[in-house]
Design a protein around this ligand. Structure first.
Ligand code: NAP
Length: 459
């Protein structure tokens, strides 16, 4: 078999593995297998590169694979679940940077042929560079290295002027058969600057959506570079990432009821927010003993997990408590908001890890109508996703965001450490509700105290 046929056949298998892997990731039951299938596809695509005609510098390729693979292996092992968004951000940025680097090398070698292919490579380079620098800023913010969201005076005008300048330089690149080093450098540097300027003003609350958007950008950039250098694996991977990233961005924006344009050009800064009507009432504390009794003698308990459960790694204790309640005849269900936690599916992954059966986990649309019939809604480290002001306070920054109707349960128990605000930085009217009681403490310890009391009460 000649090398070209072998490469094409391998890429066909790679394309099937990528698509199959992505399809499997859509359910928590098959997600792990999906990651393995896609990983095998990636391995084949990498190995096939060695068979490409004209490949000579195998030592350099091996060194790059060992360094990249080593760093990925190590970071995959040590990163905490709650730090996953910044890990996704930085990996995503690397993809965009790699796409831009491919274009830079091809331009520098004078290997760009044909107006259409050169235009695609230029577009890929622009998008890839924006995605790279934007993702680095996103990483810095989520990692706490960049503390504040900063915007320039006339930010949107600067964005437009810089964006148009980059496009103008890109057109000049396409129109110039042998572009000068000055043109190449200014195009790439200004594209990188555009990514920084676009991402700097965006605050923590919107960052996961922006990361997903940059992820879609990276996919596009990789796909364009695939066309430019005639590599089918890059084209397929790019299209798959671009399409899935765009859909995910849409889903998150919809779940937050914020148009993408609003997220990019009128961001929530993540600092404590002004605005919103004054909330009346006081927060009323409950002891672990009383909380245990309220749930042990209930007929139906709906559990709403949020970011705090993830930080406290309380999912195992939560499931232990749920099993005890079920043994005592209580019906227990989990209500999951699409943007609870810090990334889509965050809560589903944690609950699956703790062994919660999938048929006990319900999405917002499936469960919301059941809250009025629940004796207790147990809110564990969730805040924004159960904030009723989103329903009625037009002056609130989260007005219109669909929420879980925990406030409509007969009683609500909220576990959190203190009076800390949610991700969007605003007060939560639920905590001041007549039927709400606060159980203070870190989620894992608070649930452990409840478990002790439920056990004492017997089955
Ligand atoms: P949240 O609004 O961020 O609130 C988390 C709450 O957990 C805080 O009020 C905090 O209060 C409490 N907490 C922190 N550590 C805790 C611990 N160890 N034990 C107990 N409680 C603890 O969380 P959420 O309700 O899950 O909402 C997610 C937010 O992320 C939303 O604003 C959403 O729009 C945003 N977001 C998510 C995604 C996504 O894909 N998931 C995407 C985009 C945006 P204390 O400090 O008082 O303990």
């Amino acid at each position: 078999m000649n090398a070209k046929l072998l490469i094409d056949a391998s890429y066909f298998v790679v394309a099937i593995l990528f698509i199959w892997g992505l399809k499997s990731m859509s359910s928590p039951v098959t997600a792990r297998q999906g990651i393995i299938w896609a990983g095998v596809g990636m391995l084949i695509a990498t190995l096939v590169t060695f068979a490409w005609p004209g490949m000579t510098n195998f030592a350099l390729m091996l060194i790059a694979i060992v360094i990249g693979g080593g760093v990925a292996w190590w970071s995959g092992k040590v990163v905490k679940m709650t730090d996953m968004p910044q890990m996704v951000a930085i990996y995503n940025g690397m993809g965009g940077g790699a796409a831009a680097a491919i274009a830079a090398v091809e331009f520098a070698r004078g290997e760009m042929h044909g107006t259409v292919l050169t235009a695609l490579a230029t577009l890929g380079a622009l998008i890839g560079a924006v995605s790279f620098s934007g993702s680095c800023i996103a990483f810095g913010k989520l990692q706490g290295l960049i503390k504040k969201a900063r915007s320039l005076p006339a930010q949107n005008v600067v964005n437009i002027v810089l964006g148009l300048t980059c496009i103008g330089l890109g057109v000049a690149l396409v129109a110039t058969p042998h572009p000068s080093a000055a043109l190449l450098w200014s195009f790439f540097l200004l594209s990188l600057l555009l990514g920084v300027i676009l991402t700097m003003p965006i605050g923590g609350a919107d960052m996961p959506v922006v990361i997903s958007l940059l992820n879609a950008f990276t996919g596009l950039a990789v796909g364009f570079e695939g066309f430019a250098i005639g590599n089918p694996a890059l084209i397929v991977a790019g299209i798959v990432v671009g399409a899935s990233g765009s859909l995910l961005t849409q889903l998150m924006a919809k779940a937050m009821n914020r148009p993408i344009t609003n997220i990019l050009f009128a961001p929530i800064t993540g600092e404590v927010q002004e605005g919103g009507a004054q909330i009346e009432g006081t927060m009323k504390e409950v002891s672990a003993l009383d909380a245990a009794a309220m749930m042990r003698f209930a007929q139906k308990v709906l559990i709403v997990p949020g970011y705090g459960m993830a930080v406290a790694q309380a999912q195992h204790k939560v499931w232990e408590m749920s099993e005890l309640l079920e043994e005592a005849g209580v019906e227990v269900k989990f209500a999951i908001h699409p943007v609870a936690g810090r990334m889509p599916g965050h809560m589903n992954v944690l609950l699956a890890e703790a062994g919660v059966p999938y048929d006990k986990i319900f999405d917002l649309e499936e469960i919301n109508a059941e809250f009025p019939q629940a004796d207790v809604a147990l809110v564990i480290g969730a805040n924004d996703v159960v904030n009723p002001v989103a329903r009625y306070d037009k002056s609130s920054p989260i007005y219109g965001m669909p929420i879980l109707n925990a406030d409509q349960a007969q009683s609500v128990i909220c576990i959190k450490r203190g009076k800390g605000a949610g991700y969007s930085g605003i007060e939560n009217a639920l905590f001041y509700g007549e039927n709400t009681r606060m159980l203070y403490g870190s989620a894992q310890q608070a649930i452990a105290r409840v478990i002790t009391h439920v056990k004492e009460m017997g089955a």
